[in-house]
Design a protein around this ligand. Structure first.
Ligand code: ADP
Ligand code: MG
Length: 145
């Protein structure tokens, strides 16, 4: 049973990295997540939002769309979407240590982190159209507030 949903549209600005991760932390708080779960979700969301800003839009303006839902038994699902440049070689982009932006001192570990900190990661992308990152995490069942 779905207990809450959220739809958020944010301009692709770096101040919204911190905002998005705090909003998402607040969103899962009613399920009383552990510190570890909170940290994992915040880090994964940060990585995806940062990617949308720096890779998706670069110096262009645009919006990031965040859709999330939470079920009573602790399944947290989130989609982070941009309408930026998209990814032409997805398997390469997903591989650990690959970055198309070494000049920005990127580590190339964003997708790897998302994959490790969440229970599933699915990336959908079309060059010229944008990118959608879908992640799911099963939170430990706890009493609802
Ligand atoms: N939202 C996005 N839009 C366009 N390209 C992306 C997006 N997210 C990731 N990428 C591509 O995938 C690569 C790997 O991403 P990631 O693992 O987060 O490493 P990093 O951000 O350190 O480069 C990026 O370098 C970029 O080429
Ligand atoms: Mg990244």
């Amino acid at each position: 049973m779905i207990i809450n949903k959220m739809m958020l549209k944010l301009p692709a600005l770096s101040i919204n990295e911190a905002f998005a991760r705090s909003v998402v932390a607040a969103f899962i708080l009613p399920l009383d997540p552990t510190m570890q779960e909170l940290a994992d979700v915040k880090t994964a969301v940060s990585e995806a939002v940062t990617n949308a800003i720096i890779h998706g839009y670069g110096d262009c303006e645009g919006f990031i769309f965040i859709n999330a839902q939470l079920t009573r038994d602790g399944i947290f699902e989130i989609e982070i979407e941009d309408s930026g440049v998209g990814i032409s070689d997805l398997p390469l982009a997903l591989s650990p240590m690959y970055t198309s932006a070494p000049e920005l001192e990127r580590s190339g570990m964003g997708f790897t982190i998302m994959e490790q900190f969440m229970d599933s990661l699915v990336v959908d992308s079309k060059p010229g159209a944008g990118t959608k990152v879908r992640m799911v995490k099963k939170l430990q069942p706890r009493n609802l507030h």
